[in-house]
Design a protein around this ligand. Structure first.
Ligand SMILES: C[S@@+](CC[C@H](N)C(=O)[O-])C[C@H]1O[C@@H](n2cnc3c(N)ncnc32)[C@H](O)[C@@H]1O
Length: 292
């Protein structure tokens, strides 16, 4: 198995990784995990900052973390989790799991660091049951051209300092090559970090489809239309249906002072559509095709 050892970065992450949890990041983690149930595999668990946010409808989390120092820290976090969490060594491209074993794969801040993102996504697809979900919260390349240039410059040294983390990956597009993206919201976090190359972020949900080969990575809404074209209604897929409505005004999920704003994120001016999921009315922001 590929070894991932980043002792300096691991200690840095352990010391400073939680500094934004009470300033909105914890809220984003809750959003990432909301509504999950059954068996979940979390890949690249770090120090286990997601663990305490799992809903109790999850019956088990298999947390994969290849870095030994971080895995030990995560084991401590697991003891305080509201659901059973089991830590295991492994990497995104070689998960220690059977085909179709899990209801959901969870990742946060992972795809920036893995060497081969497509291989990792294919592996996530393998361990998911048919119709299983990928929940993602990742930092990405900004759709603001000037900011993307800054990220390009930062990428010359950032990976060496930050455990191989790349800051200009177009992660939304890569995910949509393997999964059908259902929701994807772009924003900047922390909102006050004007120059941080990891501030532009996306959070969302994607679903395993029968035939990833047929996916067209050019847009989000067409993903939905493709699923419907296969005879799946929004009721069976849980996918939101577009309704006529004004441009997206995302329902606030965190205190106003922490809410994403500014120019450097991916889609602050969400050109979205109002959606209905089941009977609950919610509003989703759909990223423009070239984002992330
Ligand atoms: C920025 S940290 C994010 C940690 C955690 N997910 C969080 O949200 O706080 C990235 C994590 O991915 C792990 N990682 C790096 N490369 C990996 C790989 N190829 N497979 C699995 N995990 C990996 C690192 O060891 C680290 O724990």
């Amino acid at each position: 198995m590929t070894q991932v050892k980043n002792p300096l970065f691991a200690r840095f992450l352990d010391r400073y990784g939680a500094r934004n949890e009470d300033r909105g990041n914890g809220e984003l983690r809750r959003e990432l995990l909301a509504g999950l149930s059954g068996r979940v595999i979390e890949v690249g668990a770090g120090t286990g900052l997601n663990f305490r946010h799992y809903p109790i409808s999850v019956c088990e989390v298999l947390a994969v973390e290849p870095e030994p120092y971080l895995r030990n820290r995560a084991m401590e976090a697991a003891t305080a989790a509201p659901v059973p969490v089991r830590l295991i060594n492994g990497t995104a491209a070689e998960l220690p799991a059977e085909d179709g074993e899990f209801d959901a794969v969870v990742i946060s801040g992972l795809l920036c660091s893995v060497r081969d993102v497509s291989a990792a996504l294919t592996e996530f697809n393998r361990v998911l049951r048919p119709g299983g979900q990928l929940r993602f919260y990742e930092h990405v390349r900004s759709r603001d051209g000037s900011f993307a240039l800054l990220q390009q410059a930062a990428d010359l040294f950032w990976p060496a300092l930050m455990g191989g983390c790349h800051v200009q990956r177009q992660t939304r597009a890569t995910i949509s090559e393997v999964f059908a993206i259902e929701t994807c919201r772009g924003f900047r976090f922390p909102p006050s970090a004007v120059l941080s190359p990891v501030a532009p972020r996306i959070i969302g949900t994607a679903r395993k489809v029968r035939d990833p080969e047929s996916l067209d990575s050019s847009a989000v809404l067409p993903d939905l239309q493709r699923l419907k074209g296969r005879g799946l209604s929004s009721a069976t897929t849980g996918i939101a249906r577009p309704r006529a409505g004004p441009a997206c005004s995302a329902r606030p999920r965190m205190p106003r002072k922490n809410r994403p704003r500014g120019r450097t994120g991916e889609s602050h001016a969400c050109r979205g559509v109002r959606m209905t999921i089941g009977s609950a009315r919610t509003v989703r922001c759909w990223n423009r095709p070239q984002a992330g």
